[in-house]
Design a protein around this ligand. Sequence first.
Ligand SMILES: *[C@@H]1O[C@H](CO)[C@@H](O)[C@H](O)[C@H]1NC(C)=O
Ligand SMILES: *[C@@H]1O[C@H](CO)[C@@H](O)[C@H](O)[C@H]1NC(C)=O
Length: 403
Amino acid sequence: MGTKSLCLLLASVLVAYYVYTPIPENIEERWKLMLINAGFRTVSHVAEFAEWLGLMHYMEVLMMITSIEYTAPISDENVTVTDTKFNNVPARLYIPRKQSSGLKRAMIYIHGGGWCVGGSAMEPYDLLSRWTANKLNAVVVSVEYRLAPMYHFPVQFEDVYTVVKFFLQNSVLAQYGVDPNRICISGDSAGGNLAAAVAQQLLDDLEVKVKLKIQALLYPALQTLDLDLPSYKDNENKPILPKSLMVRFWSEYFTTDVSLQEALASNRHVPAESSHLFRFVNWSNLLPEKFKKDHVYASPIYGSSMLGKKYPGFLDPRAAPLLVDDTKLLGLPVTYVLTCQHDVLRDDGIMYVSRLREVGIEVIHDHIEDAIHGVLMFITSPTDLALGHRVANKYIEWLNVNL
Ligand SMILES: *[C@@H]1O[C@H](CO)[C@@H](O)[C@H](O)[C@H]1NC(C)=O
Ligand SMILES: *[C@@H]1O[C@H](CO)[C@@H](O)[C@H](O)[C@H]1NC(C)=O
């Protein structure tokens, strides 16, 4: 064998080693997912390298890559698409063209991306909004909130809250021909977090008279207290959201100070003074047996009270909607929760389902056994998956019947 072929063989082995990640048994299109995940890992490595060189912040690199997927607001035969501002916060607006006699339904959508990346203009989000507008004949408002590391909590929350509050005014709804009784707030991942937080905070806002009919939380992040839940342990290195990245997203939401990130990574960040909050995320009580498997519940280990004082955000229900008393859950709208089996955030969603059901809120829980985090991002070529289409259709069909 010549040196050239030996080098080629060695290179192929290295590439194969790099691309190969164990994909859960029950997942279809394994090789495509493996390639997609290799792409994600490459981006992450490039970002780490750029950060190590001191060239750019890790999230800025991710942001640059995701911005390749941005699309202009282009109207099509079914939907008029425009970029606008509600009370100075940008949003992309989708208005169905179909002539209809009655009032329309409305969807307020909040994109994911760990509070750090992404945008309503990203191709998959844009497509999902078009489908929603078209299939439901609904007005869709897709919020463009400001992101970390430039902006930290509560800016993301407040941007979304501002848009929602503006839109829910009767005069604004009338302007768009929207039925005030048929409005949904929805979001995926960090967007699901923001949707849940906004839905809770609206309950106490006496200035908002219009009530949401539905909140749809798609694999949401809902708590910062326990980052060692069974789902975090079972899915630590699953595509496309490894635990390390989720920890980084949480941390960046509050600060660029790495001491919080380190404390979060070792799950020693909650000060003893906040020990009372742990009952809200006690998976030993809140998870059905099938998700506990052979995990053993351990009492929390507390961290320094300095972190909690410096970055109180991570103990704030506007960032972690699971951290509220049951009384604060009363009055929430009908709730659709989508969770994925192979997802670090799985148990956040499941625990919220348990808590909401305990206080009598109607919850529809769609748990997808063969799904990974972020499935709804995989609906556009070349990274489209049959799974992404299936889950998107299911979600939109459910909305069509229930909104
Ligand atoms: C417009 O809506 C029709 C009917 O739902 C659909 O078949 C068509 O593909 C849509 N057009 C676009 C550009 O999405
Ligand atoms: C969590 O629940 C278990 C089982 O009910 C209980 O033994 C434990 O004390 C609880 N922990 C906290 C912090 O609430």
